[in-house]
Design a protein around this ligand. Sequence first.
Ligand SMILES: [Zn+2]
Ligand SMILES: [Zn+2]
Length: 195
Amino acid sequence: MTPISLACDCGNVVLHIAPRPAPPQGNRIICHCNSCRAFARLLGRTDVLDSADGSDILQIRCDRLSIAKGAEDIAALKLSPKGLSRWYAACCNTPLGNTTGGPGFPFFGALVHGIVAKDTLGPVLARVNIPKERPLPQGLPATEGRTTAAFAGVFTIMLSGWLARAQKRNPLFPNGKPLAPPRLVSLAEKETAYA
Ligand SMILES: [Zn+2]
Ligand SMILES: [Zn+2]
């Protein structure tokens, strides 16, 4: 089967996701948390957010991910020392996805922005992590509204991943070391990004 391609905007970096026989291709959510928004802002890429500042994310087990090309252009940043590693293509500042800070969790949250065939992924389960200070505006595209299923999906990915030791097969942590050392953003950058 043809892999699902996740490409940066300039095409230098291409990641592949091993496809499932049928949708859903992962646990698809729109995350409205302030950190996902801050990530896009730090890269100067608020265009990847939806009209309510949400990030469309396909959560998968990390061993479905591979790097087809452009590994040398993959970079990462962290918003806090113990926070997620947020991966992007440095060639054109395209956000690619998130992992936990270290290699212990068998997880990758792919930013749907770079996925070419978005319509093959399956529906968005739910909008999650909506900050109290930024309630959702009216008129957003409907999701399936299955918040519990969305969180259960993450748990299932983690559990099946640990059982299969999938965290050992994360191309972003070859030999257990980050492919690119994440840059910890400065407090000044954070203040702007979270404002
Ligand atoms: Zn690029
Ligand atoms: Zn988020």
